[in-house]
Design a protein around this ligand. Structure first.
Ligand SMILES: [Fe+2]
Ligand SMILES: [Fe+2]
Length: 167
């Protein structure tokens, strides 16, 4: 599902935080991804009593976020979109399943979901969303995305290009 080379592995108590390495160069997608990171981070840090509201907010976000990307792929006839669409559907299903269990008082399951999403997202963004971001830039702007990151000097030094791929 993910490209382990570009994925950051979070320890059990580490929260997902936005950083420029997550930028993909297609503005509308980057904005949505910052919201996703905020929602997951809020869920990870919520007190037990606040978990239902935080999970509701995450579910609403995920519906809009994945729905938007699915529509972009459909409208522009993005090739090989099935894998990406299926991954979105699987995550949404997990969120909904956990919502039901949280309603029965299973807070630990909700915390586990938050951690899994925090671990899942960088790989999904790097592997599937980045291809879509490149595609959308070509479709809408007629060129490759330009990504300006503040902390990418080390990546170039390590032989990676700006999209995080090996040269
Ligand atoms: Fe995304
Ligand atoms: Fe996606």
């Amino acid at each position: 599902m993910a490209n382990p080379g570009a994925q950051e592995v979070l320890s059990g108590n580490e929260t997902l935080a936005w950083h420029d390495g997550l930028l993909l160069g297609y503005g509308p997608m980057d904005g949505v991804h910052q919201e996703f990171v905020q929602c997951v981070s809020a869920l990870q840090q919520a007190a037990d009593a606040d978990l239902p509201a935080a999970l509701d907010a995450l579910e609403a976000h995920v519906l809009a976020h994945f729905g938007q990307e699915d529509r972009w792929m459909e409208e522009t006839e993005f090739p090989a979109r099935e894998c990406h669409v299926n991954e979105h559907a699987a995550v949404l299903e997990s969120v909904r399943g956990v919502r039901q269990r949280l309603a029965q008082g299973e807070s630990a399951v909700c915390r586990r979901l938050a951690l899994e999403l925090a671990r899942w997202f960088p790989g999904h963004a790097d592997y599937l969303d980045s291809a879509l971001a490149h595609w959308m830039c070509k479709q809408r702007l007629g060129g490759k995305p330009v990504v300006v990151r503040r902390d990418m000097g080390w990546r170039r030094a390590m032989g990676h290009d700006a999209s995080g791929q090996d040269r």
